[in-house]
Design a protein around this ligand. Structure first.
Ligand code: ADP
Ligand code: MG
Length: 194
């Protein structure tokens, strides 16, 4: 019998970035580290409010996976899913479930076969379609960090008027394949301090 409740993380990484560029670079580095897992299929489930940085993260990840830098990675909010060809015949699916009420709507949109071999599937607002995702996946949760205790803010108004530029990122591997890949990733130092 499988245990009840949400899957437990096998590997958890708590990171922080201080700029969009740092999040891009961090995600690009992760994309490079995930390359060995692409043939077997990979799923990244992204969580975080609007403007947290989910699309930006996927943009960086795509670069690290080898997507041609001239190919734009726009937000798929209105088209639900975007497909990209990666080197070596692999594929990237970038899904935004924000407008989906649940798995039934995913199927109605013809998106039930998003995950598979040779494919990296990145799903924004993944919680809305969690039942359609394999348990062995990497969760990426981004959250703006209003109070940055470690150094004085150059723009004190940021925490009052908007989310500012500091983001906490929590990466969790929920299965053995994801865990092996995440554990093998050497996190660049800019993830902590940039
Ligand atoms: P989401 O897809 O979560 O709605 P986006 O990636 O579209 O969010 O937008 C994130 C916004 O936040 C971008 O305008 C980006 O420049 C800005 N931003 C500022 N600081 C950061 C950071 N540290 N990491 C990610 N995005 C950041
Ligand atoms: Mg987005």
């Amino acid at each position: 019998m499988s245990p009840a409740g949400p899957p437990q993380a096998l590997v958890t990484l708590q990171l922080r970035t201080r700029s969009a560029a740092a999040t891009l670079a961090l995600a690009e580095s992760l994309g490079q580290a995930l390359r060995p897992g692409v043939a077997g299929g990979l799923v990244l489930a992204l969580e975080g409010d609007l403007g947290a940085g989910k699309t930006l993260f996927v943009r960086g990840l795509a670069r690290g996976l080898g997507l041609n830098p001239r190919v734009a990675v726009p937000s798929p909010t209105f088209v639900l899913a975007q497909h990209f060809d990666l080197p070596g015949g692999a594929e990237l699916e970038h899904v935004d479930a924000y407008r989906l009420g649940g798995v039934a709507e995913l199927e109605a949109a013809g998106l039930e076969d998003l995950c598979g071999l040779g494919r990296v599937t990145c799903v924004e607002w993944a919680g809305r379609v969690a039942e359609a995702l394999p348990e062995d996946r990497i969760e990426v949760e981004l959250s703006p960090c209003a109070t940055d205790d470690s150094r004085p803010s150059p723009d004190a108004a940021a925490s009052v008027n908007g989310p500012g530029e500091v983001r906490n990122l929590c990466l969790r591997a929920l299965g053995p394949r994801s865990a092996a890949l995440l554990a093998g990733w050497t996190v660049p130092s800019l993830g902590e301090g940039a």
